[in-house]
Design a protein around this ligand. Structure first.
Ligand code: NDP
Length: 241
């Protein structure tokens, strides 16, 4: 039987593109979301991919949600894509404690909540694929994003450490650090700031969600068993400029 993949934050943006790609690759796929009902209903209306709702900040909700998905599909989750994430941008001297905590809990804490609940089964079965979505801003920093850059840099350290712990168990753990991708998260930026960012991207455009999905497809493939602990950059050359 095809392996089961779970994508957090899979009803829109990059997560939705990953879900469609892994579905097209022949995996069985489930997605989660948090609160955007319109996007979730729209996704469900256009795809035959089951949609689940829980908050990835909540450890017990992750455990219960994972149990529900595995019971519905009658098989374990072998492929986990930690994609859910948020931004709450502010310069540090204006950043609230809530803005700091929400981003660290959502962008980094969720990786712990999901992996901690799934890693035991993967170790027992001797196979697993985990891909954590980081960001170019983890690598180069960004004004107004001390919270987000710190959380996404934490994702890379988490990825490398879990890759070492899992290497002898048939489990690969990798990170992807996308540059600026055309999704709601980026479209919500001030248009002038966004135009300035696009001007710094050597290929001269934003990335497409499908381009990130292509990288995920590669990393979760059976044949990518020797790729672990890596951080794959996808940024149109922006890191070089
Ligand atoms: P979007 O804002 O378009 O979508 C985010 C998704 O995550 C939504 O499905 C959202 O659910 C879900 N989500 C957020 N918080 C939670 C939560 N607490 N519990 C469950 N689900 C949650 O984001 P993108 O597609 O742009 O980004 C996807 C990932 O890629 C993120 O981790 C982001 O940081 C990262 N990234 C994005 C870049 C970009 O340029 N877009 C660049 C680099 C990294 P709901 O719809 O219910 O709100």
């Amino acid at each position: 039987m095809a392996r089961l993949a779970l994508i957090t934050g899979g009803t829109r943006g990059i997560g939705a593109a990953i879900a469609q790609r892994l579905d097209a690759d022949g995996l069985r796929v489930a997605v989660t979301y948090h609160g955007n009902e319109v996007a979730a209903q729209d996704f469900a209306a256009h795809h035959s991919i089951p949609v689940y709702k829980w908050d990835v900040i909540d450890f017990d909700a992750c455990r219960n949600g994972i149990e529900r998905v595995e019971a519905d599909f009658a098989q374990p989750i072998d492929v986990l894509i930690n994609n859910a994430g948020i931004t709450r941008d502010a310069m540090l001297h204006k950043m609230s404690v809530d803005q700091w905590r929400e981003v660290v809990d959502d962008d980094l804490g969720a990786c712990f909540n999901m992996c901690r609940n799934l890693i035991h089964g993967m170790r027992e079965r001797g196979w697993g694929r985990i891909v954590n979505i980081s960001s170019i801003n983890a690598l180069k920093g960004q004004l107004g994003q001390t919270n987000y850059a710190a959380a996404k840099a934490g994702v890379i350290g988490f990825t490398k450490s879990l890759a070492l712990e899992s290497a002898r168990k048939g489990i690969t753990v990798n990170a992807i650090a996308p540059g600026y991708i055309a999704t709601d998260m980026v479209q919500a930026m001030d248009p002038q700031v966004l135009a300035g960012i696009v001007a710094q991207i050597p290929v001269g455009r934003l990335g497409a969600p499908e381009e990130v999905a292509h990288a995920v497809s590669f990393l979760v493939d059976e044949r990518a068993a020797f790729v672990t602990g890596a951080t794959l950059s996808l940024n149109g050359g922006q890191y070089l400029s």
